[in-house]
Ligand binder design. Structure first.
Ligand code: BG6
Length: 478
């Protein structure tokens, strides 16, 4: 028992938070390029132009653009079997609506993929990870416009053809279910409604948001079909931010509220992408929220024919749900909730729940019965560099160890789990706060929240620990 042979151990990143080189090689401005830095108490600002006096942390990020060889060598040293990264759409189509791709951008990823293969590392590529061309936000209202589907499919066609012999594993949209929440407007759907500036308080028009999400579903399904026609060996997955919620008590109103939240938060998107149709509960939600999805003839068939090969998700924490508005709250990835008295929290207030991962894996496998992959998990924490340069991140090791144990339990339960790529394997910029100080990595990047530093890399204690984990296929967790 335990992890099967060929289990895909690795790490995960996204271009906008890791790559840097924001204005090099012909790259255009992405949604993330227009966001200033923040903290967990001061929200990031979304600006329509780059404003003097603001700092934009995604511009340089971790500078992978210039250091990819060194970084990939470090991943190889840890024994990575796979590396999750994203392609910046704006490197290939700087504005998004061009007909010809940017060769320099394509060449960059050729180099990255070649370097990975040189070290025996399989790329796992997210096609769109919170980095849609900003031009499309300004001129098309992001995914609200149906025209964007064709632009996205053109982008997919270019990268699928170009990398068909270098990449097998693809994810269409990162955390697509972010679009079911107001905070998904900008980064996920490219919608910047008049009056939005504060990332945490975006102006929300549910009708537009759910229509935009429908367009993403169609785009994803078309991409899956196209990918399989270009290379039948492609394995194309969905990616959901799995928000595990528990009823705070056994009071039936808590249980029902929790069920409803999970339906819309997790299953709405998963069901469309795995089963190829909207779930039964969608209709009532649309009616009650005055949402009218405009479907074109053929849309239902497109969804049916573009179901994914595997289900991938991020898992960081869990929350509780209660009918009582007066209970103590807690923060979380994309969504907060009610505090769970049994769990501890990270420095950013996310509740740490390894058992919840086993529960989630079983819940998902029972529902979908297709291979699962955990493509994000980890502890965002402050790290301290000692005078000799070492970094003793026991807390991170402890978090990951417990989650891996629970994954193994799920595998022993019978779940078909094919890979694990903890988030931010090399330190990168936080999506929610724009901080560099919220670190997830096995490798430390010498840069502070304002981009000061050498950007040199160094190995944390967790680096050596994870190397042993991979070497032993998850058996040696000490
Ligand atoms: C996920 C995203 O929501 O969580 C990543 O896919 C993000 O882009 C990660 O970085 C961790 O969140 P944060 O806010 O700590 O960066």
């Amino acid at each position: 028992m335990g992890f099967k042979e060929g289990f895909l151990w690795g790490g995960a990143t996204a271009a906008n938070q890791y790559e840097g080189g924001w204005n090099e090689g012909g790259k255009g401005l992405s949604a993330a390029d227009m966001m200033s830095n923040g903290t967990h108490t001061t929200p990031r600002q979304i600006t329509r132009t780059l404003e003097e006096g603001l700092y934009y942390p995604n511009h340089k990020a971790s500078d992978f653009y210039h250091r990819y060889k060194e970084d990939i060598a470090l991943m190889a040293e840890m024994g990575f079997k796979t590396f999750r990264m994203s392609i910046a759409w704006t490197r290939i189509f700087p504005k998004g609506n061009e007909t010809e791709p940017n060769e320099e951008g394509l060449k960059f990823y050729d180099n990255v993929f070649d370097e990975l293969h040189k070290h025996g590392i399989e790329p796992l590529v997210t096609i769109s990870h919170y980095e849609m061309p900003f031009y499309l936000t300004e001129n098309y209202d992001g995914w609200v416009s149906r025209e964007v589907i064709d632009m996205f499919v053109r982008y997919c066609e270019v990268i699928f053809n170009r990398y068909k012999d270098k990449v097998t594993y693809w994810l269409t949209f990162n955390e697509i279910n972010c679009g079911t929440m107001p905070m998904g407007n900008y980064l996920s759907l490219g919608i910047l409604n008049e009056g939005t500036r504060d990332f945490t308080k975006q102006i929300d028009i549910p009708q537009l948001r759910f229509q935009a999400l429908h367009h993403q579903f169609i785009a994803s399904a078309k991409a899956v079909q196209l990918g399989h026609s270009i290379n039948p060996e492609f394995k194309i997955g969905c990616m959901i931010a799995y928000m595990q919620n528990y009823p705070y008590t056994c009071y039936p109103q808590d249980v029902l509220k929790c069920q409803k939240l999970k339906e819309m938060g997790n299953f709405y998107c998963g069901d469309v992408q795995v089963r190829g149709e909207y779930p039964y509960f969608a209709k009532r939600y649309w009616e009650e929220n005055d949402i009218h999805i405009k479907m074109e003839p053929g849309d239902e068939e497109i969804l049916k024919n573009g179901t994914v090969d595997f289900y991938s998700f991020s898992y960081y924490m869990s929350n509780c749900v209660s009918h009582d508005p007066n209970l103590e709250g807690t923060a979380g990835n994309l969504m907060g909730g009610v505090k769970n008295p049994y769990l501890e929290s990270s420095d950013w207030g996310w509740q740490i729940d390894p058992d919840g991962l086993r529960y989630t894996l079983n819940e998902l496998y029972a529902r979908y019965q297709i291979p699962l992959m955990v493509v994000e998990n980890g502890l965002g924490a402050f790290d301290k560099v000692e005078s000799d340069g070492s970094i003793h991140d026991e807390y991170r090791i402890d978090y990951l160890r417990k989650h891996i144990r629970c994954m193994e339990e799920a595998v022993n339960d019978g779940v078909d789990l094919i890979g694990y790529t903890p988030w931010g394997c090399i330190d990168l910029v936080s999506a929610s706060t724009g901080e560099m100080g919220k670190r997830y990595g096995f490798v430390y990047v010498d840069s502070d929240d304002l981009g000061n530093g050498t950007f040199d890399r160094s190995r944390k204690d967790s680096f050596y620990w994870y190397k042993k984990v991979i070497e032993s296929n998850g058996k040696d967790l000490d």
